[in-house]
Design a protein around this ligand. Sequence first.
Ligand SMILES: Nc1nc2c(ncn2[C@@H]2O[C@H](COP(=O)(O)OP(=O)(O)OP(=O)(O)O)[C@@H](O)[C@H]2O)c(=O)[nH]1
Ligand SMILES: [Mg+2]
Length: 359
Amino acid sequence: MDQGYGRFNIGVVIPTYNEYHNLINLLPTLKNLDLDNVFVVDDDSQDGTCDLISRFPDVKFVIRKNQRGLVSAEIEGMRHAENDFLVVMDADFSHDPSTIVNMVEYAIRSSADVVVGSRYVKHGNNGDRFSRKVISYVANKLVNLSFHPAVKDATSGFRVYSKKAYKFLSTEEKIKPGYTGQVDILERLITAGFKCSEYPISFTSRKTGRSKLKIRDLIDFFAFVTFRGNLLKYAIVGASGIIVNELVLYFLHGFHPVLADLVAIELSITTNFFLNDLWTFKNRKKQFGFAKRIALHNVFSMLPGAVNFIFYFSLYLKGFEYLDANLLGIAAAYVVRYILSSSIVWGEKKSKVKSAEGE
Ligand SMILES: Nc1nc2c(ncn2[C@@H]2O[C@H](COP(=O)(O)OP(=O)(O)OP(=O)(O)O)[C@@H](O)[C@H]2O)c(=O)[nH]1
Ligand SMILES: [Mg+2]
C-alpha cells in the first residue's frame, strides 16, 4: 500500500443499480489506487452487473435480492468493511476516482470522522446539468438553514468515513433513503459528536446510464427538512407569537389602546425569542452571545413589516387583489425573517465544520 495512506487500511463502497457500463471502467481505475478492499453493493441489477463478479475476483460483490436503496446499500457495505477508512462513492464517474487519495489523506491528516467531498467550498465545482445544479443548490441552502449551516454540501454522496463513524452508522436504524439519507447520516454523526470536514471536489454529470432520482425523493427531502429540521418549529413559534400578541392586546386594550398594542408587539417578540432560543435553535453552537441575539432579533422583527408592506404595495399596484397581495407579502416577510433568524441571529460559529478549502 503506497499511495500516501501510510499504515492505514482503505476500503471503498460503491452502491450500484444497473451500472454495468460504468462499473466495468471504474473497477480497473480503482485497482490503480492500491486500495485494500472494494465493495460493490448491488440490488440485483438486471443489466449484467453480476457478470462482473468473475471478471473482478478481488472485488467483493454484495448482491441484495429483495432490497432497493442507495443509502441502505451504503450502510450494507459498511457492515462488511473492517478498514481504517472507508470511501463511499457513486459508480457513474460523477465522483472522480483520482480525488480519493487526496480525500483519504485529508481525513488522516485532519483526523476527521467524515470528510464530505464538497461542491460548494472554495475550489469545489458542480459540473452537473443545469436542472440538477439548481435542485442541488436549493436543497443544500435549505439544509444550511434548517440544520447545521456549517456543512456546505450535505447532500454529497462522495465521502470518507473513519472506522468509528461507519461502525456507528452500520448500527443506526431507520436512516432515510436516497438523497435525504445523506443529510440524515450527517446530522446523526454531528449530533453524536463526530468530527466533520469538507474537501473540494469537482462533480461531473453521470457518464452513461439512467438517473434514479425521482420526484418522490424530492418530496421526501422537503418533508425531512421541514419536520426534522427547524422549519416547522420556527413556524409554530411564529404562530404562538400571534396568539400572545392577540391575548395581550385583549387584556390591556381597556387601559390604553395604543400602548396596549406596543406592549403586545414587544411581548410577542420576546416570547418568540425565548422559544426559538430554547427550542427551535437549541442545538446550535451560536455565534453571538445572549444580549446580541436578543438585540438582533428585535431589530430583525421590524424588518418583515417593511418587506410585507413593499410586497403588498407593489403587487397591489400591479393589479393583484389586495388580500392576495397581502398574503404574498406575509409569506415573503416570513421567508426573510426565517433566513435572518437562522443564518444571523442563531447562526453557528464558523469553526464547527472544518474544510480543506484553503489548501
Ligand atoms: N444498490 C443500489 N444502488 C443505487 C440505488 N439507486 C442508486 N444507486 C447507486 O447510487 C449511485 C448514485 O445514484 P445516481 O442514480 O447516480 O443518483 P444521482 O447522482 O442523484 O443521479 P444522476 O444525475 O443520474 O447521476 C449510483 O452508483 C447508483 O447506481 C439502489 O436502489 N440500490
Ligand atoms: Mg449520479
